[in-house]
Design a protein around this ligand. Structure first.
Ligand SMILES: Nc1ncnc2c1ncn2[C@@H]1O[C@H](COP(=O)(O)OP(=O)(O)OP(=O)(O)O)[C@@H](O)[C@H]1O
Ligand SMILES: [Mg+2]
Length: 460
């Protein structure tokens, strides 16, 4: 495979030096572009990509150091090498302090220049690799915490710890966005297989006719286009965990083959006579009602029992409203960090809205809503306005039904009646603030101020 040629920008006011550099570098198969002053170089750099810039320190109008600073404003990671005057140690030191990666004193031989550039490219490569590794590590190691103090979530955490110590097959059930994949990752990480592969297969995303060879692999020539033998996900997960996501979407035909593989702990690659033994722990998940699928004949009953050894059921978010605020705070922290923002929190009204919204997309929808709010927010606090797209779609069942405090007095205060009435209208209009405010005969702003007030009253 041919790697893309490295691109180098030479900036020097002297034509002789530019030519000498070009000659020296073209031999190494670099792509060289030259500019005769800093302004031209900046212009070029804004519209073109370079791996390294080599700039003379002494140039009229814009010095090499000034150019270096401007370049780093555009790309702080850019590797810049300075050409310094002979024995001019002071400027060489200064340029390094300003962020140059290296320098070459004039006059230099072609070999000297090539060596400095080669070293800089190597260092750059290491840095990039290091950054990529860190990112991969962050993604693989941190399955992320499971947030929530509601009873069902506490149970889920206990179950994860229990099953992690075994090799039992786990079936994770729950609506979309309830955290099934997160749970699967935690089980893998906490298990003795945590240092081996976790292979994730989305059975719904792979076309039915390809899924078999993806799962079990195939021999060379097994079908048109099978140019070489290929390992399937089962073999790739050998020694580790295979996460069969959306297992309820698998064709009945393939379900039989999966059933056999689980029973015999052996797989048969497509077009192969031989069987391959695999040591794989299975975690499966689906948002479908498998019992119903069995009744309709779209899911094999025997496979269901084989998978359903240790079921973990994730309840929808609307059934654990107490977790909403905790999750919202957690995601606020996460996106503050990710997006380098400093949003402090949610106004009481915003919190009330989040707690009463039914979250059909569950935790994922909440996460997306908070991310969007953090991006859009300009003040210190996230207000109800950041969630406008929710309030109009919202259809809280019985949520936000109020504080539930029993009235000791037979006659509630006018304020309480007003607040209850506002809530009633909001529920009737499915939290459509525009409609609600029309019915109430007040502006939407007034409406939300009143809701914020109510939240404050409840807290006090
Ligand atoms: N209890 C939780 N604590 C923290 N984050 C959570 C929790 N539950 C879900 N999440 C986050 O919500 C998002 C959606 O979760 P996940 O992908 O695991 O859902 P899922 O059940 O697999 O959904 P789908 O059925 O649509 O594939 C992820 O970013 C996940 O990290
Ligand atoms: Mg999922």
């Amino acid at each position: 495979m041919e790697l893309p040629r490295k691109r180098i920008l030479i900036v020097d006011d002297e034509e002789d030096t530019r030519d000498a550099c070009t000659q020296a570098l073209k031999k190494e198969n670099y792509e060289v572009v030259t500019c005769s002053n800093g302004f031209e170089a900046l212009e070029r750099f804004r519209t073109d990509a370079f791996d390294i810039v080599v700039a003379d320190i002494k140039m009229p109008r814009m010095s090499g150091i000034e150019l270096l600073r401007s370049l780093h404003k555009i790309d702080p990671q850019l590797a810049v090498i300075m050409i310094t005057g002979y024995a001019d140690v002071d400027t060489a030191v200064e340029s390094m302090r300003e962020g140059a990666v290296d320098y070459v004193p004039k006059p230099f031989t072609p070999d000297e220049l090539r060596l400095v550039i080669k070293n800089a490219l190597e260092r750059q490569h290491l840095l990039q690799e290091n950054r990529a590794l860190k990112e991969a590590l962050r993604r693989s190691v941190n399955a992320g915490e499971i947030i929530g103090e509601s009873e069902p979530i506490q149970k889920v955490r206990q179950l994860i710890d229990k099953v992690a110590g075994t090799d039992s097959t786990v079936l994770i059930l729950g609506e979309t966005g309830t955290g099934k994949e997160l749970v699967a990752r935690q089980i893998h990480q906490k298990s003795s297989r945590g240092n081996s592969q976790l292979v994730v297969v989305n059975c719904a995303a792979i076309p039915a006719d390809l899924l078999e060879s993806e799962l079990f692999g195939h021999e060379k020539g097994a079908f048109t286009g099978a140019l070489r033998r290929k390992k399937g996900f089962f073999e790739l997960a050998d020694g580790g965990t295979l996460f069969l996501d959306e297992v309820g979407d698998m064709s009945v035909d393939l379900q039989s083959k999966l059933m056999r593989a689980l029973q015999e702990r052996e797989i048969q690659p497509v077009g192969s006579e031989r069987k391959v033994y695999v040591d794989v722990r299975i975690v499966a998940a689906t948002n479908r009602d498998l019992k119903d699928a069995i009744r309709r004949g779209t899911f094999r009953e025997d496979l269901y029992y084989r998978l359903n050894v240790m079921p973990i059921v994730l309840p929808p978010l609307r059934e654990r409203p107490g977790d909403i605020s905790l999750l919202a705070d957690y995601f606020l922290g996460k996106y503050n960090a990710d997006l380098k923002k400093r949003v402090r929190g949610f106004t009481p009204g915003a919190r009330a809205l989040l707690e009463s919204y039914p979250w059909p997309g569950n935790v994922r929808e909440l996460e997306n809503a908070v991310e969007r709010a953090v991006i859009l927010n300009e003040g210190e606090m996230i207000t109800v306005d950041s969630f406008s797209q929710l309030s109009s779609e919202a259809a809280p069942a019985s949520a936000a039904a109020g504080d539930g405090a029993k009235e000791v007095n037979r006659y509630p205060s006018l304020k309480k009646v007003e607040q209850d009435y506002i809530l009633e209208v909001l529920q009737a209009t499915r939290w459509n603030r525009k409609k609600a405010s029309e019915i109430l005969g007040i502006s939407t702003v007034t409406l939300w101020r009143k809701i914020e007030e109510r939240q404050k009253d409840i807290k006090e």
